[in-house]
Design a protein around this ligand. Structure first.
Ligand code: PAF
Length: 277
């Protein structure tokens, strides 16, 4: 695997490549990321990953400084996963001057995770658009665990006419249901045992929906209450339409249950789609 640090070196390396599939990451890679690399390999002859902890998508007081940076382990994993090129720029390479031009997203970016992380999705979309322009991939692979991120990246690609096919990878889970995440490593031993409770509650709501229950508010309140009773601080736990992420109307659209909650100092997110049943 080639590790490239500059935009010019990456562009030179990718010149003339027939098909490029791209997986952007912030590092501290786990099985979920490696699954995205595997999917990328199915789509193109050249797989490019990026590793960049993007300051722009972290709010004040968030975990930018303590975000786990595990470059050597990440390189080893990516090499073994058959990634061809890793783009790992320094901050000054991507942001040589104050980034004043940013991506303006639709109002849904202010809901769900956006409500408690103002500006997060603008920062995410801005770096993803920059990376897309740098790598110019034919395919880009994103995990379904970050459901709202995936939704917004798809919207950006579609409304800005980017010639990139977005491919979604399923959430990879630990044996007890906990969605794999770089932030799981912040959990204490006791918190790690408690952490699958978020998935448990999402699944409970989904089972009720699958059984025909449509009192969304009651289901959401019960799930939130269960987590709160066990010491979680819930940001949101909501049933939404899977396509638009809007509040469900009267028709019978595909549904998704999404949740984000704090367990001690760690914020976990997860979601489940109705068609999983
Ligand atoms: O999902 C992530 O790890 C990040 O939001 C991404 C897409 C790499 C942009 O920084």
């Amino acid at each position: 695997m080639e590790v490239l640090r500059t935009i010019s070196a990456l562009r030179a390396r990718l010149k003339g490549e027939g098909g490029v599939a791209f997986v952007p990451t912030m590092g501290n890679l786990h099985q979920g990321h490696l699954e995205l690399m595997r999917i990328a390999r199915e789509h193109a002859g050249c797989v490019v990953a990026s590793l960049f902890v993007n300051r722009l998508q972290f709010g004040q007081g968030e975990d930018f400084d303590r975000y786990p940076r595990t470059f050597d382990e990440d390189c080893e994993k990516l090499g073994k996963a058959g990634v061809d090129v890793l783009f790992a720029p320094e901050e000054a390479e991507l942001y040589p001057v104050l980034q004043e031009v940013t991506v303006n997203l639709p109002p849904i970016a202010e809901e769900l995770c956006g409500a408690s992380r103002p500006g997060h999705f603008r920062g995410m979309a801005t770096v993803v658009l920059k990376l897309f322009n740098i790598v110019q991939p034919h395919y880009a692979v994103f995990g379904k665990k970050d459901c709202q991120q995936l939704h917004l990246v798809r919207k950006m690609v579609s409304q800005l006419d980017l010639p990139i096919a977005i491919v979604a990878g399923e959430t990879v889970r630990e044996a007890d249901g906990l969605a794999m995440s770089s932030r799981n490593r912040y959990l204490t031993e006791a918190e790690r045992l408690e952490a699958p409770r978020l998935h448990y509650n999402l699944e409970k709501v989904l089972l009720a929906l699958a059984a025909g229950e449509r009192d969304f508010r009651r289901l959401e309140t019960e799930a939130r209450q269960d987590l709160a009773n066990r010491g979680w601080k819930v940001d949101y736990l909501e049933v939404r339409e899977a396509e638009s992420l809007a509040r469900p109307g009267f028709s019978e659209p595909k549904l998704v249950v999404l949740g984000a909650a704090w367990l001690g100092k760690t914020r976990l997110i997860d979601n489940l789609e109705m068609n999983g049943f």
